[in-house]
Design a protein around this ligand. Structure first.
Ligand code: SF4
Length: 339
């Protein structure tokens, strides 16, 4: 049985050819899958009943299951999706300001090898890469379930996207061409995988790069993120400068603010110093405690003080709104609970 979801136009044409139908039928099916997000072949109402019956004998829309779905009071939806091999990933849909802006936060791997100390996914280790079809299937499942059209994609779910870059780049291409989501509306977030950043610098895609820096110096970063020992901050900075030079694009620095660890005056000064010659915006993320670690949420005052110190250096700084605070919205929490 063929799975239509995730096939490109040429692949759908092969199926329609085998059924003796025209290329136009393939285009219709393609639209139903990517733009109208149907759940079943029977919903493809501009195909004749006879042709739909033929198609149902050889194909189905999807084989991905929604295992758990949680809805937050702010409208954030969190899904645990199960692929046919039984592996699960989390995908989140966030609705900002007006409902026209719908951002899907997608996973790129099952588990993750990077093992950041604040992350539930990292604790369970790496299981496998997602194929590009499994990456786009996350967005298609959301669209089918909600009937809404996703407008923005962020690779900030489970996994390190730059350690699965071939599949991530292919998925980005498909988001761009088949879902008609502009590359500028796609953000790839990395823990700082230097060779991947170099590859992205040489790629034509106009997507946004976000770096999970989370620390102002080597010692704090190494405590939070083991990756600092492999790609230390000076080497990371060189790669970021190269990326900015080659693409001309501004990057986003993600900084998880943790009480008394990296939210001090000294940390703010060191961070300003590290970032002073990088074309970047800074996104502060107040830490949202999960069950099993000692890190704590910073106070409102220390968030504001940290923000204003960074702003004095001339950078644009935002504080990320807490989404899905009443559900398991942090990376890896939902999968951890179900497993
Ligand atoms: S924060 Fe991201 S990179 Fe770090 S362990 Fe979790 S999933 Fe992996």
């Amino acid at each position: 049985m063929k799975i239509l979801s995730g096939l490109n136009l040429q692949e759908i044409e092969q199926i329609t050819n085998e059924l003796g139908a025209s290329k136009f039928r393939a285009r219709q099916i393609h639209n139903w899958i990517y733009l109208k997000s149907v759940n079943t072949i029977d919903e493809m109402t501009d195909l004749s009943v006879k042709f739909r019956d033929e198609l149902k004998k050889v194909a189905t829309v999807s084989d991905t299951k929604i295992k758990v779905k949680q809805e937050s009071s702010d409208g954030t939806l969190k899904y645990l999706l199960e692929f046919p091999d039984g592996e699960c990933v989390e995908t989140v849909l966030m609705r900002f300001d007006n409902r026209a802006n719908l951002t899907a936060c997608v996973s790129s791997q099952v588990g993750c090898a990077v093992n950041c100390s604040f992350c539930a996914t990292g604790k369970r280790g790496f299981i496998r890469n997602l194929s590009y079809k499994e990456i786009i299937e996350q967005v298609l499942t959301i669209q089918r379930d909600t009937g809404l059209k996703v407008t923005n994609i962020v690779f900030m779910g489970q996994g390190e996207p730059l350690l699965n870059l071939d599949n991530v780049l292919k998925a980005m291409e498909i988001f761009n061409e088949n879902f008609q989501i502009g590359a500028r509306r796609i953000t790839v977030s990395t823990s700082g995988i230097v060779p991947g950043i170099k590859r992205l610098a040489d790629n034509d895609m106009q997507s946004t790069l976000a770096i999970s820096l989370h620390a102002p110096n080597h010692d704090i970063r190494a405590q939070l993120m083991q990756i600092e020992n492999k790609y230390p901050m000076p080497e990371l900075k060189k790669a970021l400068k190269n990326y900015i030079e080659k693409t001309g694009r501004r990057i986003t620095i993600e900084y998880l603010l943790i009480k008394d660890l990296n939210d001090t005056l000294e940390s703010a000064k060191q961070l300003v110093n590290y970032l002073h010659d990088l074309k970047c915006n800074i996104n502060l993320i107040p830490y949202n405690p999960t069950e099993k670690n000692d890190y704590q949420k910073p106070s409102g005052n220390s968030i504001m003080r940290f923000k204003s110190l960074l702003e004095q250096s001339g950078k644009k700084v935002t504080v990320r709104l807490e989404r899905g605070a009443d559900i398991d919205a942090a990376c890896g929490q939902l999968r951890g609970k179900v497993k």
